[in-house]
Design a binder for this molecule. Sequence first.
Ligand code: GMT
Length: 377
Amino acid sequence: MRIGITCYPSHGGSGVVATELGKLLAEKGHDIHFITYDMPFRLGRFHQNIRYHGVEAHRYAVFKYPPYDLALASRMAQVAKEYQLDLLHVHYAVPHAIAAVLAKQMVGDHLKVVTTLHGTDITVLGEDPSLRDVICFGIKHSDAVTAVSDDLARQTRELFCVNTDCVNKEIERIYNFVDLRVYYPRGVEHLREQYSDTGEKLLLHISNFRPVKRPLDVIAVFHRIASEIPARLLLVGEGPEMPKVIQQVQELGLEEKVVFLGKQDEVAQLISLADLLLLPSEKESFGLVALEAMACGVPTIASTAGGIPEVVTHGQTGFLAQVGAIEEMAQYALMLLRDETMYQAFSEAGLDRVKQEFCGLKIAGQYEALYQRLLSR
Ligand code: GMT
């Protein structure tokens, strides 16, 4: 198949999933065309069967805002015509699904549009009255819509498909995945001494430090843990809550115990270093980082928000507590860190679960089957 893929190319789970999917599909022999404003950061080395088409939105004196969405639609249509694309697979409703629907109108009905919803396009933007109707339009006019968890599919139906003209739109759940050739327990014991003293447990949080990730809860949970056992916390990523995080670390006197690593591209090694991942989010349609941790043999202590319970099995591959339940999360973490037998069982159960449910080839196969169904209609 000849497939156009559009995603946000910057750091973030949706861009990672879109790029890794493109790479897997290219390996399986499909022609993949990324149509984005920047090279997706995970694209990496040269891949046979993958091309990149940049999108430029120019500034003109008459426009207050550069018309990026229109430039994207126009570029999608150009690429679709030039390379005879069968379909456009877009990640995120806004503006990608809307641009793809517009491109389809320019190219013709044979060009199919698949929209994958990743979360904030529904759970945050869906509640914004200035965008609600256009999101609904994108969903309604896509040939197929997928969501990365059952919870997100349910929320989308509730927000957009009840009492609107999207009523009977089917939303297929296709889980996110990891490439098991990249995410596996790396032998990085020798690196531990760079980050921790002997005997210290290493906790890890990776996010974009937006308020929905509740990074202050991460610090509070860690504070409780560190008051009981020797421990250190690695923080990976940057974002708007970072100044508050730094302040809280100072107020709690944790400067020696918290390591700020900033944005990192290759996280498989870092994850493998950790004993536990903390993910206390308020909203999380899936929680890709918990899956990446599971693939590296690292259990997660998380909230029950959104799709997290579909990824982390409570009591088997990690522990879950209500959003904001700091003490409970800390107690779960301590229980796992103090019980080596339980820890090993959780780590192994996670590795099995990733292979069974979330391996790249399985999920890529589900997308391929969806594409085939659309193209044979
Ligand atoms: O989590 C973020 O803020 C980034 C966002 C994105 O666009 O990449 O993540 C969303 O998509 C990921 C990939 O499907 C999911 O793993 C995240 O749970 C989801 N984020 C939210 O729902 C807040």
